[in-house]
Design a protein around this ligand. Structure first.
Ligand code: ADP
Length: 233
């Protein structure tokens, strides 16, 4: 059945050899425009859920749909294409290429879209301006603070206008002030319509987001939506 949700997990289980069930019959819908925290302690199944939502792994049972596409019906090439078009990834450790200016690190986000370099750079500049780094276009990673590096990584994730921004512990490597700046940026992007999922073990960060999906022992134990999309939630 076609789904309007950006992310739809339907009774998803992921069992590993050795008898570990990392995700246990999880169902979750994330609609366009949502800002969601997936929160839980270490070992609760967050990375496994990230791998499912990011189409980096397939479920043992159940259905994963991204943008309505059933992941199980796609081959590896089709999955890579779905990922490249629909999902922007942000990681704790930024994963920027050393010695490469911000504009080209961001342009890398369009590498597999068949767009000429000049156009990729133009889009990269726009994305950097969107994250407040229009003045850092030619800075290399070693010339930027951790918070700036993460904003470059967010610009790279957004440059292709994906349906979903998937951020894995995006403030995990940052001091609290830079972390707050990055979270504010994610809130701004959400306010402008971007669908964002933040994976975090930090309950305080989760509590500052409008929807919190609590995971424990591979199951969703609580799914809370705040009416006010504000840090006071
Ligand atoms: P989290 O990201 O919340 O720390 P994970 O999704 O990484 O949790 O892990 C959930 C559970 O699955 C843990 O018990 C972990 O040890 C187990 N697990 C994760 N990956 C594997 C794997 N490749 N093989 C076996 N067990 C795994």
């Amino acid at each position: 059945m076609p789904s309007s949700a950006v992310v739809c997990l339907d009774h998803v289980t992921r069992a590993y050899s050795g008898g570990v069930t990392a995700l246990d019959d999880v169902s979750l819908r994330i609609e366009r425009g949502e800002l969601v925290a997936i929160v839980g302690p270490s070992g609760s199944g967050k990375s496994t859920m990230l791998n499912m939502i990011g189409t980096l792994d397939r479920p043992s049972r159940g259905t994963v749909r991204i943008e309505g596409y059933d992941v199980s019906g796609l081959n590896d090439r089709e999955l890579s294409a779905l990922r490249a078009i629909s999902i922007g990834f942000v990681f704790q450790q930024f994963h920027l290429t050393a010695g490469v200016p911000a504009v080209d690190n961001v342009a890398e986000g369009l590498l597999y879209c068949g767009i000429p370099l000049a156009e990729r750079r133009r889009a990269a500049r726009t994305a950097l301006e969107r994250v407040g780094l229009g003045h850092r276009v030619y800075h290399q990673p070693h010339q930027m603070s951790g918070g700036e590096k993460q904003r470059v990584a967010i610009a790279r994730a957004l440059v292709g206008n994906p349906s979903l921004l998937l951020a894995d512990e995006p403030t995990g490597a940052l001091d609290s002030k830079s972390g707050a700046t990055v979270m504010n940026l994610l809130r701004e992007l959400h306010a402008s319509g971007t669908t964002i999922v933040v994976i975090t073990h930090d309950r305080e960060i989760a509590a500052s987001l409008p929807r919190q999906v609590h995971v424990r022992d591979g199951r969703i134990v609580q799914d809370t939506v705040c009416v006010e999309a504000a840090p006071a939630c």
